[in-house]
Design a binder for this molecule. Structure first.
Ligand code: GMT
Length: 375
């Protein structure tokens, strides 16, 4: 099939999932067309069946806000016609589902019927989309989609609770390519980050408030009183300054390494002993899955879809949101006990296999086929 994928090309989970899905579909023989404003960060090569079409929004001084949706829907019309696309798959409802619907309507004028799948990722529903400023348009475009998927049962329930959705929502979890994981131990340079006798704790996110970086720092502060450790934070975002300030105040700044945005988190995960994800909301927690795939147990909040990914007391621990004491206690119990840590590391990797790409991508293919045959 020829599939056009719309996503955010940035480091956010939805863009990563969309890109990895496109790459995998291309390997399975489909022709993939990414339509977005920048080449997606995880898309480091283009092949005969992976194309990228840039959405350009020219600056015009009259506009206080440049009309990205308009440029995107126009670009979609051009790409869908030129490459005879079979399926339009938009990731993250805002504004992609809305722009996709407009493209569908324009194409209908020329008697071209293109089915659209919308994949809901999390904050498009729970944080941004639920806001009254956007809600009617988000509700409308989800209902106008030919197929709707969500990345967890929890996100499906949130969507049905917050919006008035008439469509069926199919749950297709996020995934990871377990067989092709970068496990290049030559590059696993633990000694550059920590001393032999130190444990390594990692956090990866866009450092937004919802990720509760303050709790990451507080948990680390408590853990390192009992266990020698370093904290590595990967990613960048609005809470970075505050996190650094808090670390100073707690006297742990020298034990924390802020690495910024990275495309090579596996180089850090390969020697990490523990991953922290104390988010306030998390529809799935792709970062947690990536950690587990590298055999890193996760201590996370019992929020959103995280309990669908992490098995409590097996591949990590789930604690109430904000319960930094419980998170630290579990962290210390793991990091102090070699045997327990090894067991949890093995369990984490075993659990990650349940989300292997080979299991999940066929679920999307099946829905694509159903959509294609019903138009
Ligand atoms: O806010 C973010 O964390 C980014 C956001 C995105 O769209 O990139 O992440 C959401 O989608 C990811 C991929 O499906 C999920 O793994 C994250 O849990 C989800 N984030 C939240 O729900 C906060």
């Amino acid at each position: 099939m020829k599939i056009a994928i719309v996503c955010y090309p940035t480091f956010g989970g939805s863009g990563v999932v969309a890109t990895e899905l496109g790459i995998s579909l291309a390997k399975r023989g489909h022709e993939i067309h990414f339509v977005t404003y920048k080449q997606p960060v995880r898309l480091d090569y283009l092949t005969h069946n992976i194309h990228y079409h840039e959405v350009i929004v020219p600056e015009y001084p009259l506009f206080h806000y440049q009309p990205y949706e308009l440029a995107l829907s126009s670009k979609l019309v051009t790409v869908i016609k030129k490459f005879e696309i079979d399926i339009l798959h938009v990731h993250y409802a805002i504004p992609h589902a809305y722009a996709g619907f407009m493209a569908q309507q324009m194409l209908l004028e020329e008697d071209i019927h293109i089915p659209m799948m919308t994949t809901l990722h999390g904050t498009d529903i729970t944080l941004v989309g639920s806001h009254n400023f956007y809600k009617p348009a988000v509700n409308f475009s989800i209902n106008k989609s030919d197929a709707v998927t969500s990345v967890s049962d929890s996100l499906k329930s949130d969507t049905l609770r917050i919006f008035d959705i008439k469509n069926e929502i199919h749950v297709i979890p996020n995934f990871i390519d377990m067989k092709n994981l970068q496990k290049d131990f030559e590059n696993c340079k633990r000694h550059l980050m920590a001393n032999e006798d130190e444990r390594i704790i990692t956090h990866v996110s866009n450092l937004r408030q919802v990720k509760r970086i303050d709790h990451v720092i507080e948990v680390f502060h408590k853990i390192q009183k009992e266990v020698k450790a370093k904290l590595i934070i990967i990613g960048d975002g609005p809470e970075r300054e505050n996190a650094s300030k808090l670390a100073h105040e707690l006297g742990v700044r020298d034990s924390i390494i802020f690495l910024g945005k990275s495309n090579e988190i596996e180089r850090i995960l390969c020697f990490s002993d523990l991953f922290l994800l104390p988010s306030e909301k998390e529809s799935f927690g792709l970062a947690a899955l990536e950690a587990m795939a590298h055999g890193v147990p996760v201590i996370a909040s019992n929020a959103g879809g995280l309990p669908e990914v992490i098995v409590n007391n097996e591949s990590g621990f789930l604690c109430e949101i904000g319960d930094v004491d419980a998170m630290a206690t579990h962290g210390i119990s793991l990091l102090k006990d070699d045997d327990k840590l090894e067991k949890f590391k093995t369990n984490a990797e075993t659990q990650a296999w349940k989300f292997d790409i080979e299991e999940v991508v066929p679920m999307y293919e099946k829905l694509y086929l159903q959509m294609k045959h019903s138009t």
